[in-house]
Write a protein that binds this ligand. Structure first.
Ligand code: GLU
Length: 419
């Protein structure tokens, strides 16, 4: 399979964000140089036997950005547009995310260039098992712990855990998080990213004096994150007026019935064509008048060319990297509050941390315990970022970067330079 290069310059964007925060923090040149590069990159090409007997070769990556605060952590995505630059940017964002919510991990990310929608379950399983064996030399519960990301799910995590364990000769549940509950997963992990995102919306709404009951929300992306976020928002009385998945969007001025949308998606494979709704493109829904916008699909959605048309008051980034630095400047001038990805979508990796701890201790928590701990950590992190924003007179992304960068650079300094 050929490697796509259409990643919209996300690595350059991640480095620019780092530079901006490093300038403000007065970070020394050496630390800045280190943090601009991933510490370790593994690229693998591996053959898979397809159902029709053909052999196909796939390319995959695992990038470990930084280990200063602990083993590296981050998801695996299966997508036709995965590139090394994209995975590297995502691994950097994981370093900041784990630091901003103060969990003892560095950042990593992985991906396989493939279209899982065109693979059978058998092909997906063989691809996952072979990829796990290939990256098995650098992952492990004390080294680097993968998790779900775009188009990977608990079943894929179960295959990773099984393959890694078979190769070692004994069960090692803590090698991966986001597993099914039946074999070492944590309660609340599946919904954690969307739920955590809504906790940050509640915290932001309280600061902004925004009434959530009756507020209008637009959710772009109806996968794991978008679905859980939409559900949690609806439970607070927020009206979901528009949704989109990779096929397109739907709009209903009086609000969508989420259960009906889910049933429609189950039946047809998409939210599009839902009776009683108006069709719109995924980028058009971003420009609808609303109080809350939750981009929870992919990178590069809110850019210099469309940010001026955004009419939301509050944006909570369920996805990683949905807003470019050019768009950030425009949104700041317009007075739109952006809860940045490294804070807004950190609920997933927080509960991954809980799953890892539970797996290592062989002691499992109830869903209530998980959610209460998630809420506590999200709100504590939100408060630190918000007070940094107030003190520094900057936007929330810069504030989150300042908090994260300070924690990572302090750990690097204390560990010192080897040799
Ligand atoms: N893929 C998720 C993220 O981007 C979760 C990572 C994890 O749980 O390790 O944050």
């Amino acid at each position: 399979m050929s490697q796509s290069v259409s990643d919209g310059g996300v690595l350059e964007m991640a480095r620019r964000q780092l530079d901006q925060a490093a300038d403000r923090l007065g970070l020394d040149e050496g630390a800045r140089k280190v943090l601009k590069q991933p510490q370790r990159v593994l690229m693998v090409s591996f053959p898979i036997k397809m159902d029709d007997g053909r052999m196909e070769v796939f390319t995959g990556y695992r990038v470990q950005h930084n280990f200063a605060r602990g083993p590296s952590k981050g998801g695996l995505r299966y997508h036709p547009l995965v590139t090394l630059d994209e995975v590297t940017a995502l691994s950097m964002w994981m370093t900041w995310k784990c630091a901003v919510v103060d969990i003892p991990f560095g950042g990593a990310k992985g991906g396989v260039v493939c279209n899982p929608k065109e693979l059978s379950v058998g092909e997906l399983e063989r691809l996952t098992r072979r990829f796990t064996s290939e990256i098995g030399i650098i992952i492990g519960p004390e080294k680097d712990i993968p998790a779900p990301d775009v188009y990977t799910n608990p079943q894929v995590m179960a295959w990773i855990m099984d393959t890694f364990s078979m190769n070692k000769g004994y069960s090692i549940p803590a090698v991966v998080t986001g597993k099914p509950i039946e074999m070492g997963g944590s309660h609340g992990r599946l919904e954690a990213t969307g739920r955590g995102c809504v906790y940050t919306i509640q915290d932001a709404a309280a600061r902004l004096g925004m009434e959530l009951k009756g507020a209008r929300a637009v959710v772009q992306g109806f996968g794991n994150v978008g679905q859980a976020a939409a559900k949690a928002l609806a439970e607070l009385g927020v009206k979901i007026i528009a949704l989109a998945d990779s096929n397109g969007g739907i709009f209903a001025i009086d609000g969508l019935d989420l259960a009906a949308v889910l049933a429609h998606k189950d039946q047809t494979g998409s939210v599009t064509g839902m009776p009683g709704t108006e069709s719109m493109s995924s980028s058009e829904i971003l420009e609808l008048e609303c109080e809350i916008l939750v981009p929870s699909a992919l990178e590069n959605q809110i850019r210099g060319d469309n940010a001026g048309r955004i009419r939301a008051k509050l944006i909570a980034e369920g996805a990683n990297g949905p807003t470019t630095p050019e768009a950030d400047e425009i949104l700041l001038k317009k007075g739109v509050t952006v809860i940045p990805d490294i804070l807004a979508n950190a609920g997933g990796v927080i509960v991954s941390y809980f799953e890892w701890v539970q797996g290592i201790q062989h002691f499992f928590w109830t869903e209530e315990e998980v959610n209460a701990q998630l809420r506590r950590r999200m709100t504590a992190s939100f408060d630190v970022v918000y007070s940094t924003k107030e003190r520094e007179g900057c936007d929330m992304r810069t504030a989150a970067y300042l908090v994260a960068l300070k924690r990572v650079s302090e750990a690097m300094q204390l560990r010192g330079l080897y040799p």
